[in-house]
Design a protein around this ligand. Structure first.
Ligand code: GLU
Length: 546
């Protein structure tokens, strides 16, 4: 039996590699075009790291007229969660990520299937080609045997893995291995490593530049006994046949790079440009640590969606984390789309990116300040539609919501107090009668009777058609008639003469109209609320005062 027959014995129905080379032709793109992929596992937890990477992939691919594809890495069925792909799809599209190929695209593309569990034949074909070259072999060791070796290695303080004397099946010989396969023994397929761990190799990482690492010496598993590939082997095969040029992935994969490079070499394929991104970190009690799924709800994308962060704000923020020169570019180009920024992998930091919610909030304030009232209203409605049925019903009055959002918008100094939908909703809740609540208190200088008197006078003199100036003049006159200074300055000059100043009177009106001590400009608020609502609020407040 020669190696070719042996390979056929190991992987019976596998086709020749040439078949797939023909099926998945080169993309014929110019050298400068980047083909990137996002390769999440369907664990149901879509996190900021996925989005961070997707944004970089998308930018690199689009600006080079390449392609960006989605591949689902579902070879570990233990980690798979029902509905994970739907939530992946809705989260990524919420944040403006779109793919040129993959299961969310229609048509999917010619390099599919884009789900690893459907690509078994391709991995088998690649593994078979390595067995034929003597670069891979079947291994019959059971889980227990491997666990036992692991224990002995631990005791002897030796490196873990399948190598040297530990690699029991490496030199079984093809005849006896073939016998065992025929007898139906389960087996995995392992890489026959050159084992040169005393040698190093250098490689250019798209982010880190030149890195030098020891070579791999481990006969790692490529195909598991159920025929499924390991991550190591699957991504090598997929990135080759999907003609990927740039692999952006988390730095946790850096340590396995020697395995991946050895696999590419064994296959005689060119490897893509690896770009290992940094981990997202946060400052916690003065120390920098990795964002954790268990401790930090803000790691999950659901967090931003349910609070209603605007996707533009999150993208702006992530882009500023991804490329250190982004903020400067944004300052110089306030009106441009983020997509117009020239992204560069080499400008991505190589030491932990510091994630800071406060910074996101600041960026969000600026982003929302630049949107029109109609855009804000539409955003609020969409968000409420997904996350708050009660609000969604209230927001059905489109023009009222837009008018609310228009207060203080535009002009030289637009208001910058909107951060995310949930916060905006509570900010504007007083405009809605069903949500109006008296949260503030009367100014100290003004007792209940005095407040009632002031409000009654206000109501008597109220004319909804007054301009802002007419309205304010009226309040001043009324304040004075009650013994209040027309402004703070006059009060300061002759403190003994007044009970307070006009600000105290408008505070009472504000409290009656909004239930709050802080609110946007009262004249604006009244114009949006409409005359009837203003009058009703004031008279009910008078009754409330008893
Ligand atoms: N499925 C891997 C993960 O979710 C992808 C790593 C890669 O992009 O190669 O971490």
């Amino acid at each position: 039996m020669d190696l070719k027959d042996f390979a056929s014995e190991c992987l019976k129905d596998a086709r020749s590699l040439d078949y797939y080379e023909g099926l998945y032709p080169s993309r014929g793109l110019p050298q400068s075009a980047a083909v990137c992929r996002l390769a999440p596992s369907p664990t149901g937890f879509i996190h900021l790291g996925n989005l961070y990477m997707a944004l970089a992939d998308q930018q690199i691919a689009r600006q080079s007229n390449g392609a960006f594809l989605l591949r689902i890495e579902d070879t570990d069925s233990k980690r798979e969660v029902q509905g994970a792909i739907e939530s992946l799809s809705s989260s990524l599209s919420y944040f403006g990520i779109s793919f040129d190929e993959g299961i969310l695209s229609s048509p999917e593309g010619i390099y599919g299937p884009y789900v690893q569990s459907e690509r078994g034949e391709i991995y088998a074909s690649a593994a078979k080609s390595l067995i034929e070259k003597g670069l891979a072999y079947p291994c019959f060791c059971s889980e227990d045997e491997l666990a036992h070796s692991h224990k002995l290695q631990e005791e002897a303080k030796e490196n873990f893995g399948y190598y040297g004397k530990w690699a029991k099946c490496r030199d079984l010989g093809i005849e006896s291995a073939a016998e065992r396969i025929k007898a139906g023994e389960p087996f995995t397929i392992r890489l026959r490593s050159k084992g040169a761990s005393d040698e190093t190799f250098s490689i250019i990482d798209g982010i880190r530049g030149k890195v030098t690492m020891p070579r791999n010496s481990n006969d790692v598993v490529m195909l598991k006994s159920n025929g499924m590939p390991t991550y190591h082997f699957a991504h090598v095969v997929d990135d080759h046949f999907m003609r990927i040029t740039h692999v952006l992935r988390g730095e946790e994969w850096m340590s396995s790079l020697p395995i991946h490079i050895e696999m590419f070499e064994a296959m005689e394929w060119e490897h893509p440009l690896y770009c290992h991104t940094t981990l997202l970190m946060k400052i916690d009690n003065g120390t920098k640590r990795k964002l954790s799924k268990r401790k930090d709800p803000e790691l999950g994308l659901e967090y931003y969606m349910s609070l209603g962060y605007h996707p533009l704000a999150v993208r702006e923020y992530l882009m500023s984390l991804l490329n250190s020169n982004y903020e400067q570019w944004r300052d110089n180009n306030p009106g441009k789309l983020l997509e117009e920024f020239e992204f560069s992998a080499s400008k991505m930091g190589s030491s932990g990116a510091l994630f800071d919610l406060n910074k996101l909030n600041d960026i969000s304030k600026n982003t929302l300040a630049a949107l029109s009232a109609d855009e804000i209203a539409e955003f609020m409605r969409d968000w409420a539609g997904a996350f708050d049925e009660g609000l969604y019903k209230l927001y059905a009055d489109n023009s009222y919501l837009s008018a609310i959002a228009a207060i203080g918008r535009g002009g030289e100094k637009p208001r910058k107090d909107f951060i995310y939908a949930r916060q905006i909703a509570s900010f504007i809740s007083f405009f809605y009668d069903s949500l109006y609540a008296i949260e503030g208190t009367l100014p100290e200088a003004i007792g209940r009777d005095e407040a009632k008197k002031a409000l009654s006078l206000y109501l008597e003199g109220y004319s909804h058609a007054d301009t802002r100036d007419e309205w304010f003049d009226k309040i001043k006159v009324m304040a004075q008639s009650l013994g209040y200074a027309p402004n703070a300055k006059a009060m300061k000059k002759e403190p003994g003469k007044y009970k307070g100043h006009v600000g105290d009177i408008s505070a009472v009106v504000r409290l009656a109209m909004t239930g709050r001590t802080n609110a946007p400009d009262l004249w604006d608020v009244a114009q949006v609320m409409g005359e009837q609502r203003v009058r009703t609020r004031i008279s009910s407040f008078i009754s409330h005062l008893g």
